[in-house]
Design a protein around this ligand. Structure first.
Ligand SMILES: Cc1cc2nc3c(=O)[nH]c(=O)nc-3n(C[C@H](O)[C@H](O)[C@H](O)COP(=O)(O)OP(=O)(O)OC[C@H]3O[C@@H](n4cnc5c(N)ncnc54)[C@H](O)[C@@H]3O)c2cc1C
Length: 429
């Protein structure tokens, strides 16, 4: 009732996507390309989420190991193609364990996401944060959001929660784990960019040498909490990007803890930059140029869905009859210690991401995708790469389109038909 009295603007749409990260952006584009009216709500003023706020390399498109098998395709390929056509992406060799990556310019990616969304007919609402849900019993009928225009009500038949934190599903009453329940969470990282790097020299420093230099610097009193981490090439001469800082034991849903983490992440970035300049060949004239838009948050809430992906499923490369995407990425756990643990699947193996992992319990009308899908902590540490988030987004976009066309709830769609439609788009199930 409070909201009914104070609503400043109201929207009605077939499909509402909350959050425009790799998962939400791909879901919105896919559903709009499928013919639905789609509204995409994003709290920042650009698309991409972590893909443009923090990072510059898509992992998960290929399996790691001897031969890189492609396991993600379809709408995600449209994103990569547009980056490649502009000369703003490159295939990066497997130097740090996660398989072959696709390194891109995040500023160009912001434009590419928008270009695809606008061309598909997605209606975008930036600077808008979803704060509540509108319910009828267990059915989610819409959301309440806030922005500079005031309180906004959005009515939707189908909602795709791609907020990364399961904001919609949890507000509606879906069970979850992680985030604020006290369980172990992956650490946070502020990424940063160095310019004026002597590429030729810097490229000759391999991972083992970098980590040895780091150990030496730490022994001489440098304050570097993570004793490994990576620095990598970009599409631009003289520009390198890092994944080095570590802020551990933070519940990123606690706003005071997140604020402290932002400050600590930037403090560490300056120290790691100084280490590169002082110790690593090629960085002597380099300067710290850019910090990530916000600190990178790897893990908060994960819903407990109709099925929870497990460590066993990952390590044993388990298949599923309702597979909507595949993953061959290792379990990569950025735990609170000074290193990162890696557990690999057999060379070239992949496991299924079941459709049931996108279906929250106890509520209807919502699919949950991206890093807040239903997965255990360990399985999540494998399945969270941007390639898989895009593949989940594609699957949710397809399922939402079918649910809309057939006037059924998204969890009621025929999974076989969803799989066929994903395959027709070029996706891999
Ligand atoms: C430091 C770090 C390094 C990583 N390295 C890699 C890597 O090299 N390669 C790789 O493939 N993956 C990497 N990952 C993992 C990967 O980036 C993420 O798992 C993935 O990007 C998550 O995508 P998403 O769409 O689920 O969520 P996000 O990208 O987090 O997107 C969520 C979106 O929702 C918006 N939002 C949130 N709440 C609301 C709300 N209430 N209302 C409106 N909007 C909202 C956010 O602003 C954001 O745009 C890394 C992650 C981190 C943090």
């Amino acid at each position: 009732m409070l909201y009914q009295r104070t609503i400043d603007r109201e929207y009605t749409t077939d499909v509402l996507v909350v959050g425009s990260g790799s998962a939400g952006a791909t879901a919105a584009i896919t559903a709009a390309q499928g013919g639905c009216r789609v509204l995409l709500v994003e709290r920042y003023g650009f698309m991409g989420g972590t893909s443009t706020q923090v990072l510059d390399t898509f992992y998960g498109f290929y399996t790691p190991g001897q031969v890189a098998h492609k396991v993600v395709g379809g709408v995600p390929d449209q994103v990569v193609e547009r980056l490649m056509t502009r000369g703003r992406a490159l295939m990066r060799p497997n130097t740090y364990g996660a398989g072959q990556g696709i390194t891109y310019d995040p500023q160009t990616l912001k434009i590419v996401w928008e270009e695809l969304a606008v061309a598909a007919g997605v209606r975008l609402l930036y600077h808008t944060t979803v704060i509540d849900t509108i319910m009828h019993d267990t059915q989610v009928l819409g959301v309440v959001a806030i922005n500079k225009s005031g309180i906004v009500r959005i009515n939707a038949r189908i909602i795709i929660d791609a907020s990364g934190d399961a904001d919609v599903a949890v507000r509606a009453g879906a069970p979850y784990e992680g985030g604020d329940d006290g369980s172990a969470l992956q650490s946070l990282t502020t990424t940063f960019q160095m310019i004026n790097v002597d590429d030729a020299q810097a490229r000759r420093v391999n991972k083992t040498q970098l980590h040895a230099l780091m150990a030496d610097a730490i022994a001489r009193g440098y304050d570097l909490p993570r004793k490994e981490g990576s620095v990598h090439i970009t599409p631009f001469d003289g520009v390198m990007v890092t994944n080095m800082t570590r802020v551990a034991h933070v519940n990123a849903l606690d706003i005071e803890a997140l604020t402290a983490a932002e400050i600590e992440g930037r403090r560490q970035a300056e120290r790691y930059a100084q280490f590169l300049i002082d110790y690593v060949p090629g960085y002597q004239r380099a300067v710290l140029n850019q910090l990530s838009h916000q600190i990178g948050v790897r893990e908060t809430r994960r819903i407990i869905g109709a099925y929870q992906l497990t460590r066993d499923d990952v390590i044993n490369a388990r298949d599923a009859a309702d597979s909507i995407a595949r993953c061959g990425a290792p379990i990569e756990d950025h735990h609170g210690g000074s290193d990162t643990t890696w557990h690999y699947l057999a060379d070239g193996a992949t496991y299924a991401i079941p459709f049931r992992c996108l279906i929250p319990q106890e509520i209807t009308g919502v699919l949950v995708i991206g890093r807040c899908l239903s997965a255990s902590h360990d399985a999540h540490a494998s399945v969270r790469s941007m390639g898989q988030c895009m593949a989940m987004g594609q699957a949710a976009g397809v399922a939402a389109t079918m649910a809309h066309d057939q006037h059924v709830a998204p969890h009621q769609v025929d999974v076989l038909a969803v799989q066929k439609a994903i395959t027709r788009l070029g996706g891999i199930v």
